[in-house]
Write a protein of this length. Structure first.
Length: 227
């Protein structure tokens, strides 16, 4: 949102948390698009036509398809994602972006679609199993390596992902730290880069949806769209 107002991103600071407001997000996106309308909103969070209290058909369908490759869906609950999911879904609907579920055709716009970056990343990278790109799991990925070496390997994976993204998605550019710089960072300082990379993957899923190359995993109340 700050970038839409002409303020450059300061990657050295820790982002502050706030409740997202659909109208403000859409307004910022339209400014970035020189006033053009937004066609599609992708969201990496459980959203549904019905109140979410437990696992949905969408979560089970994704887990059945991708669980064997390490990318099963987490189980949502009443508190996670909680009311933020209902508020965003309602607000975007009121702004003209209804939730696209299994009854929708790929490419239908305007719409709000739920996405899950990691299964899409398997498709993008043609990978047999979940990729090692999460900051919080570097100790699990490389338990015998010192923390600085883990951070270096993490950033190397990010570069690989961005390179493949860039072949099909022209906006896939992040000012990521070099492998050497990453060794000097604290692990928490790298989290915002991971979040930005996930956002780019969500954008790529949106492009594939617009091209008609996504599948809805779920039912008429909620679906996770995946290339």
């Amino acid at each position: 949102m700050a970038l839409a107002d002409g303020l450059p991103v300061d990657w050295s600071t820790q982002p502050t948390a706030s409740l997202p407001v659909a109208a403000e997000l859409l307004g910022a996106a339209q400014r970035m698009l020189d006033g053009s309308a937004v066609d599609l909103v992708t969201i990496d969070m459980p959203v549904s036509m019905s109140p979410i209290s437990s696992r949905r058909a969408a979560d089970n369908a994704i887990s059945q398809m991708f669980g064997g490759r390490g990318c099963g869906a987490h189980s949502p609950s009443v508190t996670r994602p909680g009311s933020i999911s209902d508020v965003l879904c309602t607000d975007f609907r009121d702004m003209g972006y209804p939730l696209a579920t299994s009854t929708a055709s790929p490419g239908m716009t305007p719409a709000l679609i739920e996405v899950y970056p990691h299964p899409a990343l398997l498709v993008l990278m043609d990978a047999p199993y979940r990729l090692q790109y999460k900051v919080s799991k570097t100790g699990r990925y490389w338990p015998k390596l010192p923390p600085s070496e883990r951070r270096r390997k993490l950033v190397e994976m990010w570069f690989d992902i961005c390179q493949i993204l860039g072949e099909t998605f022209a906006c896939a550019e992040l000012p990521m730290p070099t492998a050497y710089e990453a060794e000097q960072f604290r692990t928490a300082e790298l989290k915002r880069y991971e979040d930005a990379l996930d956002a780019l993957i969500c954008g790529w899923i949106g492009v594939r949806y617009l091209e008609g190359h996504c599948t809805a995993f779920g039912d008429e109340t909620a679906a996770i769209w995946t290339p």
